[in-house]
Design a protein around this ligand. Structure first.
Ligand code: NAD
Length: 347
């Protein structure tokens, strides 16, 4: 089993190092690692944020553990050379269309949420976001109106095949959880959403054990802060999912705690913390590595068939937090590597 390690920029290498130490501590037979540069680090070393060697490693590997990309020294580069293009390129090249973002409150950290502790504590949800289509990949450009005004445009579209495959991912995820799926759209206004809703209803016929509901995205944003405990699995398109998943993640506390998976149709995946490269704290040993350590656990579970080892990591993180382990973002004084030590001790 080959894992591609792509540390990237800023705090990426710091948090990947801790995830690697945790994986090493599990001593999983046959698990091998190969590392390659990505993002700004790759641009500086090889002239491109996603060099062919890095893409080749990502294709060869059974799973990819990704840190973060984003480097302020690259801000003036043409868009296709900017670090962030590397993650978009990997998602597209590897057809990683299904983005899973769990958000669950650790009771010890309920005070870190901006919601009231009793509301935050009820959060245990999974957002399934479509990653390969929607307005992000439609035709876009700048033009002039008939009156000579500048006009920007981005075309939103989904075909039924794209909706069907993400709907299957979401129904399966709901089957493995509490069996509730809420599909979020804007079908009262958008044709794209009407097709989305129609296809999700069709796919539901294959999953009679899952209870399906529908919610408009504006209401979903409101319900996520009013009563997030009502949700089990949410499935939604690329644009709505981008916004709602960040909102859901902050409801449970620090951005440094939240993991994600981006999967293809065969279960191969890229696993990454939801945060970015955090240039403001890079190199200071202050980054919370838990989101990346929990991403490594998702990788073991979803791509490598190692659910028991994944459980061990999840439990060790919970035990470390229960024992008082805290980095600065969750009101503590531990360094990145001290948090890694605490998780390894809890293993
Ligand atoms: P960010 O997530 O990097 O940082 C936002 C804030 O959260 C910062 O104050 C940061 O210090 C803090 N933070 C983030 N991760 C943390 C951690 N593990 N522990 C403690 N604190 C943490 O978002 P940003 O500042 O908007 O973006 C910085 C760069 O990252 C940009 O170049 C952006 O494009 C990029 N980015 C990359 C990804 C990715 O690689 N998938 C995702 C988001 C942003």
């Amino acid at each position: 089993m080959l894992v591609a390690l792509l540390p990237g920029d800023g705090i990426g290498p710091e948090v990947i190092a801790e995830a690697r130490r945790v994986l090493d501590a599990l001593a999983i037979p046959g698990l091998a690692f190969e590392e390659a540069p990505v993002g700004g680090a790759a641009y500086h070393a090889k002239g491109h944020p996603l060099p062919p060697e890095t893409l080749d490693l990502a294709r060869r590997a059974d799973a990819i553990l990704f840190g973060a990309v984003g480097d302020p020294t690259c801000d003036a580069l043409e868009r296709h050379l900017r670090p962030e293009q590397a993650i978009l390129g990997l998602r597209k090249e590897l057809t990683l269309f299904s983005n899973l973002r769990p958000a669950k409150c650790f009771p010890e950290l309920a005070d870190a949420s901006t919601l009231r502790p009793e509301v935050a504590c009820a959060i245990d949800l999974l957002i399934v976001r479509e990653l390969n289509g929607d307005v992000y990949f439609g035709e876009k450009g700048m033009r002039k109106t008939a009156d000579g005004l500048r006009e920007g445009y981005d075309i939103m579209s989904y075909d039924e095949g794209e909706v069907r495959r993400i709907a299957h991912s979401a129904f399966k995820a709901a089957q493995a959880r509490r069996g509730l799926l809420c599909s979020v759209d804007k079908a009262n206004v958008l044709e794209t959403s009407q097709l989305w809703r129609d296809v999700v209803i069709e796919v539901h016929a294959d999953y009679p054990d899952v209870q399906l509901s529908h919610m408009y995205v504006d209401n979903a944003a409101m319900q996520l802060v009013r009563n997030p405990g009502q949700f089990d699995v949410i499935v939604t398109g690329n644009l709505f999912g981008d916004i709602l998943s960040d909102q859901a993640s902050m409801c449970v506390g620090s951005i440094g705690l939240l993991a994600s998976a981006s999967l293809d149709a065969n279960g191969k995946g890229l696993y990454e913390p939801i945060h970015g490269s955090a240039p403001d704290i890079a190199g200071q040993g202050r980054a919370n590595p838990l989101a990346t350590i929990l991403s490594a656990a998702m990788m073991l579970r979803f791509s490598l068939g190692l659910a028991h080892e994944a459980d061990r990591i999840d439990h060790a993180v919970a035990r470390a937090l229960a024992g008082g382990a805290r980095t600065a973002d969750i009101a503590g004084g531990m360094s990145t590597s001290e948090m890694g030590d605490a998780v390894i001790a809890a293993l």
